[in-house]
Design a protein around this ligand. Structure first.
Ligand code: SAH
Length: 428
């Protein structure tokens, strides 16, 4: 076997009481940092994705687990011939049994690792800070930190731990955040159902500092209040920042429908861009309450914005019967697809809502239509939208393709990181 060179291997052989006293570059080494021959052995012929630096190891690719690692602990990933492939977090309950932390045999997984990777990830976003003071600082696998989401909302940091591996290093991740961002408050929003797949319970915890009821952020000249404690995701849909800007630029003079509006982001961007008026439609009353507060915060006149609370599918159909029309429509529905099995049902949902939108658009109008389902491929989404236009008797053309904002990057080795797609369509 190729022994990994470096300290991990050496310390792995030290008696535990000795290891507790050791430090590495100023960081104390503790028992949990030390891999004592815990390994995932990859089945013959299944190493290929690891050679391509894909971070997921499916249970079917694991030939053997050696050394009885606990949930979330670090394991060395080896090929059949003992070749060292990667160092990963072990998720025994998940279909994805290993998530790779590093492909570098010399890189230790310890407090310093998290400090370094989180720091680098945040530094990569520095140039975006001028547009907004709310940014995703760590995007899980795409930033080399599987299972960790970190968002900044002005002076409040919100993180989510999605996997057993991220959960295992919780204390070190929090310590890294305290070191890197000493002036910021920290909230944990690990209240996501994917944790159940990893055998983890949900958790919401104010970890450090004062967490205000609502945090005010700014995005491309719009002020927004964010409910970090109980809003969707970590409080706001940061991934749509670039598309909100695109809507704002197309909105001058328009009567706008923002369907699936949440707290009004697209509609407020449209008002800032000179829209005549905006109808914000969402099923969530608290989200719409916040949309009204956001309107006031930006000084937009009360008559410039209407909120409608209810089911978009029913309301759009009713408006179609009434002959209501708009110049610009935004459709940003929730994720309809959460498994391959639900794709057909989801396709019907997307078709239905896009069909309604084409009916409600005035000649020369614009549709901004989105899907945030990773399992819905770009080509299929475009076909669904095209079919909807055809059924509605509309002729349209795609004038721009839209995607998740730059602070939600897609690692080249991890194409699954691309989930948000959108089309800006001009109709005749
Ligand atoms: N465009 C928003 C994010 C939208 S997220 C932004 O940029 O901030 C999807 C929204 O759809 C959620 O706010 C959710 O409350 C809403 N929603 C889900 N199902 C709905 C339905 N059937 N009718 C209306 N709104 C719905």
């Amino acid at each position: 076997m190729d022994a990994p060179v470096g300290l991990t291997y050496v310390f792995g052989r030290l008696p535990v009481h000795g290891a507790q006293e050791l430090t590495l570059r100023g960081f104390p080494l503790r028992i949990k940092d030390i891999i004592v021959d815990q390994q995932l052995i990859i089945a013959a012929g299944r190493e290929k994705s690891l050679f391509r630096r894909h971070p997921w190891i499916f249970s079917g690719a694991v030939a053997a687990v050696k050394g009885r690692p606990k949930s979330g602990q670090t394991v060395d990933v080896l090929g059949q011939n003992g070749q060292w492939l990667a160092r990963a977090a072990f998720s025994p309950k998940s279909q994805i049994q290993g998530r790779v932390w590093t492909f570098d045999a010399d890189e230790r997984i310890d407090a310093e690792f998290f400090l370094r990777r989180i720091g680098q990830s945040a530094a990569r976003r520095r140039s975006l800070e001028t547009e907004s003071d709310a940014l995703r600082l760590v995007q899980s696998e795409s930033d080399g930190l599987p299972g960790l989401i970190l968002d900044r909302y002005a002076a409040v940091l919100v993180f989510q731990l999605l996997t057993a591996g991220a959960e295992f290093w919780r204390a070190e991740i929090i310590a890294a955040l305290r070191t890197l961002f000493p002036d910021d408050a920290i909230l944990e929003r690990s209240d996501v159902d994917v944790r159940a797949k990893e055998g983890l319970a949900e958790r919401i915890e104010a970890v450090h500092g004062e967490i205000p009821e609502l945090v005010e952020i700014r995005e491309n000249g719009v002020r927004l209040l964010v409910d970090v404690r109980s809003g969707h995701k970590t409080g706001f849909y940061l991934d749509q920042r670039d598309s909100r800007l695109a809507v704002g630029r197309a909105a001058a003079g328009a009567e706008v429908l923002n369907c699936f509006s949440y707290t009004g982001g697209f509609g407020l961007a449209a008002l800032r861009g000179g829209a005549k008026n905006v109808t914000q439609l969402d099923a969530s009353a608290p989200a719409l309450d916040l949309a009204v507060r956001n309107r006031d915060l930006n000084g937009f006149a009360p008559e410039s914005m209407t909120t409608v609370c209810g089911d978009a599918f029913q309301i759009l159909r009713a408006w179609r019967k009434e002959g209501r029309t708009f110049d610009l429509i935004v459709l940003d529905p929730p994720k309809f697809v959460d498994s391959k099995a639900s794709l057909t049902r989801a396709a019907r949902g997307y078709k239905d809502v896009n069909l309604c939108a084409f009916h409600l658009l005035r000649p020369g109008g614009r549709l901004f239509t989105f899907s945030c389902s990773g399992l819905m491929e770009d080509a299929l989404f475009q076909k669904i939208v095209a079919d909807a236009a055809l059924d509605a008797g509309s002729t349209g053309r795609i004038v721009r393709r839209l995607t998740q904002a730059q602070d939600h990057p897609v690692a080249l080795a991890f194409p699954e990181g691309a989930y948000l797609k959108g089309l800006e369509i001009e109709v005749e």
